[in-house]
Design a protein around this ligand. Structure first.
Ligand SMILES: [Zn+2]
Length: 131
């Protein structure tokens, strides 16, 4: 993959941690796992990974997550389950695309956007119902 070639060893290490974790992880937890000397190195690597579209920051959780770089649109929505921590990335949703088109019609240039929706996932909802 093209973007992998441009990564420094620090950036690759952080990306590996995000991949292995598979759910949102805080910068200090990343720091622990990478064994970097300081958080600055983690933040710098994360910044680049976000730039490349390989990672995304979830503001409401103060955490980072690995995302797929294929997205043509910069608009992404995350449905976050507050019970089990499951995250569903909604890039293909028609509504997201419509929002993108709407912004394009306004000649609004999006540089960063993360929509975070908190709630309960289908598994957690149905396990609650069965109790
Ligand atoms: Zn859940």
């Amino acid at each position: 993959m093209d973007s992998m070639i441009r990564l420094t060893s620090n950036q690759r290490k952080v990306l590996e941690v995000l991949e292995q974790t598979g759910k949102p992880i805080g910068a200090y937890a990343i720091l622990e796992k990478t064994g970097f000397r300081g958080a600055v190195q983690v933040y710098r690597a994360l910044e680049k990974l976000i730039d490349l579209g390989l990672a995304q920051k979830l503001e409401s959780l103060h955490a980072y997550i690995r995302v797929s770089p294929k997205d043509e649109t910069e608009l992404t929505a995350f449905a976050i389950c507050d019970h089990c921590g499951h995250i569903h990335q909604l890039t293909e949703a028609r509504e997201i695309r419509q929002l993108h088109e709407c912004l394009a019609q306004m000649d609004f240039a999006v540089c960063r956007s993360v929509i975070e929706i908190h709630g309960a996932c289908s598994t957690c909802v149905s396990s609650k119902r069965n109790k």
